[in-house]
Each structure stands twice: as C-alpha cells, then as structure tokens.
Design a protein around this ligand. Structure first.
Ligand code: F6P
Length: 354
C-alpha cells in the first residue's frame, strides 16, 4: 500500500455540472475514511506552476457545494505542463514545465493527485504518471464521449437543459409555423443532440456520426407539410460535418446558423435559430450527476489508497470500475449510426437528413 498522507485534487478542461460533487466526495472520504490532508490545486495543473495558490481543503470548504454548478477549484482548458505557452521577449514560446510541476507538487507535500477532467486532462495525467507522479483520474465531460465509461457526469444535466430548451422551442415553433434550429454541444459526438432530439420530440436530428444533405432535410420539411405539419424542429450537434454542398464555407459562425440560413434559402421557409452554447455546461447538477460524481469521488480516493495510480475510475454495467488512463485516453465513444437508439428514432419518423 502506498504511503499517502496528503492528497491533491484538481479539475481541468471545460467545466461540467457535478465537478463539485466529485470534489466534495473525495475531500470527505479522504478526511473521514483515511484521515489524509487534502489540498485543492486551482485551475488544473496550472495551479502547480504557482504552488502558493494551492490551499488546504477542510470539511467546511466543501460544505454546501453539492448543488453548485462549475468547480470551486477553477479550471482551464489551455493548461498543459508539457506544452506550456508563455511569452518571452514579446514572443510566444512553448515550454515543457512538467519537471517544475512535479517539483512543486513535492514542495506542497502532496503524495498523490486526483485529476478530474476530460480526454485532454487524462492525456496530461498519463504523461505525468509516466514521469512518476502518483495520479488517479476521474472522467468528466458533458459530451459523454469517453469510451472507457458508459456515462460521464455532467451529461445528464446538459441533456436536461437541452431538452428543456427544445420543449420551449416547440410551442413557439408551432404558433408561428416556423422551422426552428436548435444547436447543442457535442464537439465530436452526437449524444446530446440525439438525446435532446428524442426527449424533446424533434423532427430532424443532425449529428457528426451521420452524413446528411440539405436536400434530404428539405424533403423532410415538405413531407411534414403534406401531413399538415407547418412547423419543424431541427436539433443540430455543433460537431456535424458540413454536407458537400456547404464544404466550401468556412465555419465563421455557429453551424446551427449556417444550417438554418441554408435551409431558409433552399426551402423558402421562415427559419429561426437558437444556439444553446455554454448554458448546457452551467446550472445545478441533476440528481443523477450528483450521485455519479459522488461515487466517482469516493472510488478515486479508494483507488489512491490501493495504489491504483495511472488509472481512471469509470462506470461499466452501472458499477464503478477502474481502467488504465492510457487505455482510456484518446478513445472516443460516438453514436452508432445503426444502433438501437438511432433505429428507434427512425422508427418514429425522425429524419437524420440522410
Ligand atoms: O467538451 C465539452 C465542450 O462543452 C464541448 O461540447 C464544446 O465544444 C467545448 O467544450 C467548448 O469549449 P470552450 O468552453 O472552450 O468553449
């Protein structure tokens, strides 16, 4: 068993509802179960560049944070100690400051670190582990696109937010007989779009995993018109690949706007566009995300206690497990275009624009 007396915790990458639930659970179980000291490292691994910014986390510091969105530790999706961007003599240079980060961890007396983050943070955690850091990962992303875990916390809350938006769009779309485009997050995978589209009763769902054409979208609008349906809701994942006829356009605006403008022109319909953006990352975590975050936080502390360094906690068959970070990092979980969920959507008449 490793000799751990002091645990460091950091959150990296884009925030997700439930981060505070993980922090709270990890702090509580580290203190109550293992009697360790806990140090909060601010702003991901950037916090170890300036060790004086780190501070002890006592039980009182995590009191009341369970329903809070964001992260009490702060985060960044730019900080990578192996490729740290800095300015020297007016020039931007990239330096490997990982040795400094490891030295500062030791200076703070931290024996092991729990890194809560997405794929980028896991890659950094793996590199630090290979350099000797005793580190354990907790997966996070609203996109739910990490292959090693069935679900990441943050996804459920984001899905609720996106579904609520589609519900609200529904009534105004129907009243005005409009085509309404709702762009949701999902950089590489269409989980939020598929989920919110299904749960919100959308008529067309566009996701990165299924190539589509504007023609097919317009055909679907015409089909709905023939059925006497004068409004249509299109949920678009931000990560869609543009159809061939739009490939020449540069992505200077949100894809939701690009798709909406193109449809308006082609189908001669009144189109309105809502880009949900970071609203999906904010707000109070859902009960599911609070529970998953708590389970992950406790499991990560147990993993540290067992010496399971270089590993990441995950959810498999609804139970908490651990996989090596190297096995988990860089592997995306995308929507299966022929999977049961997509087939169910097609069966109830939803078009994927293909
Ligand atoms: O990975 C989570 C995510 O919310 C993506 O869905 C989105 O593309 C990205 O982060 C946005 O990042 P940023 O906060 O840097 O704009």
């Amino acid at each position: 068993m490793p000799n751990v007396n002091c645990l460091g915790i950091c959150t990296g990458g884009g925030d997700a509802p439930g981060l505070n639930a993980v922090i709270r659970a990890a702090v509580k179980s580290a203190i109550l179960k293992y009697k360790w000291k806990v140090i909060g490292i601010p702003d991901g691994f950037d916090g170890l560049i300036w060790p004086e910014r780190s501070h002890e986390l006592a039980l009182k510091d995590v009191s009341g944070i369970l329903p809070r969105g964001g992260t009490i530790l702060g985060t960044t999706n730019r900080g990578n100690p192996f490729r740290y961007k800095t300015c020297e003599n007016g020039q931007e240079v990239i330096r490997d400051i990982s040795d400094q980060v490891i030295a500062n961890q030791k200076k703070l007396g931290i024996d092991a670190i729990i890194s809560i983050g997405g794929d980028g943070s896991m890659k950094i955690a793996d590199e630090l582990f290979r350099k000797g850091m005793q580190i354990v990962g907790v997966p996070k992303t609203i996109d739910n696109d990490l292959s090693a875990t069935e679900v990441t916390f943050g996804f459920d809350t984001a899905l609720h937010t996106a579904t609520d938006a589609v519900d609200k769009i529904h009534t105004t779309a129907e009243s005005h007989h409009r085509v309404m485009v709702v762009e949701v997050m999902g950089r590489d995978a269409g989980w939020i779009a598929l989920g919110a589209g299904l749960a919100g009763g959308a008529h067309i769902i566009l996701i990165p995993e299924i190539p589509f054409t504007l023609d097919k979208i317009c055909q679907h609008l015409a089909l709905r018109q023939r059925y006497g349906k004068r409004f249509t809701i299109i949920v678009v994942a931000e990560g869609i690949r543009l159809p061939t006829e739009m490939k020449h356009l540069s992505r200077t605006m949100a894809v939701g706007n690009m798709i909406g403008d193109a449809i308006s022109l082609l189908a001669q319909k009144e189109v309105r566009i809502s880009v949900l953006g970071h609203i999906q990352r904010g707000g109070s975590p859902s009960p599911y995300d609070r529970i998953l975050g708590t389970r992950f936080g406790v499991a990560a502390v147990d993993l540290v206690a067992k010496g399971g360094f270089g590993k990441m906690v995950c959810l498999q068959k609804e139970c908490i497990h651990a996989v090596t970070i190297s096995e988990a990092a860089g592997k995306l979980k995308t929507v299966d275009p022929d999977g049961e969920v997509v087939r169910a959507a097609r069966a109830i008449g939803i078009s994927f624009g293909d």
